[in-house]
Design a protein around this ligand. Structure first.
Ligand code: SF4
Length: 250
């Protein structure tokens, strides 16, 4: 993880006595070359969760209780806009209400349902997913490691599924979230950044022990709608501590 600037969260060189230094040490973490402090972590969590209470959107999969449906939603949401997924999600779950019905489907049929999302190539994987769930007695497992062994389920989908639908804390990282963390904390990002161990550690630090579901929903929606590729920083609730924004003010 390459740091591209020295920002407000960087370690100060000011003299301090040993007690202060020890106290500061416990409040700071080094993520690669970036100093991450607990006060700023709390600030981001608080601000995003407050923002989320007013702005998090209500999509049908967010209140669904059928675990198979919610897993399908997280798969369909990859690399697609959430608003575009709604009609395909509803059609898909009506046509394939459970893993067994998906396992018995044929590829052209599934392709037809997911074509509007440009995900035609995922049809075979989705059928294989349905078939693989037979090994779990047609139930979606709650365990992230077990989920990641299923066809078409990677790190993001499994983390989003367990943290948003199973009540288990898991840090989530997609390309939008990586972009936000890079801008906010001040490090360069690229296509492989979300597999970087330091960034995974940062995501873990950012995810609260309590309220992780609320935080993750806010994080997903904030990075999807506010900290977008060309953001209007003025409407951003964390701008006062954002490295990119404060740098531009210098
Ligand atoms: S100030 Fe701008 S770059 Fe920084 S987090 Fe907010 S929207 Fe993103």
């Amino acid at each position: 993880m390459q740091k591209h600037r020295v920002c407000a969260q960087a370690t100060s060189d000011a003299p301090e006595d040993m007690a202060q230094r020890e106290e500061r040490k416990s409040l700071q973490h080094r993520i690669g070359e970036v100093a991450v402090d607990n006060d700023t972590i709390s600030y981001v969590r608080r601000r995003l969760m407050t923002w989320g209470r007013m702005h998090v959107e209500h999509f049908p999969w967010r209140t669904a209780t059928n675990k198979f449906h919610t897993l399908i939603a997280e798969i369909l949401l990859q690399r697609t806009k959430a608003s575009q997924v709604v009609s395909t999600y509803l059609k898909f779950t009506e046509r394939y209400p459970d893993p067994a019905s998906l396992a018995g489907a044929c590829i052209p049929e599934v392709e037809d349902v997911i074509r509007p999302l440009g995900l035609k190539w995922r049809a075979k994987l989705l059928i294989q997913l349905g078939q693989a769930l037979e090994g779990f007695e047609w139930e979606v497992p709650d365990d992230q490691q077990a989920l990641m062994r299923l066809p078409g389920v990677g790190a993001y989908v499994s983390a989003a599924y367990v943290s948003l639908h199973c009540g288990r804390r898991a840090p989530i990282l997609d390309s939008n979230i990586v972009r936000f963390y890079g801008r906010f904390w001040g490090f360069d990002t690229g296509p492989e950044t979300r597999r970087n161990q330091d960034v995974m550690k940062l995501a873990d630090l950012m995810t609260p022990r309590r309220g992780f579901k609320e935080f993750n929903y806010a994080l997903v929606d904030f990075t999807r709608t506010v900290c977008v590729p060309n953001p209007t920083h003025q409407t951003c609730c964390v701008r006062n501590k954002c490295c990119l924004y404060t740098r531009d003010l210098l």
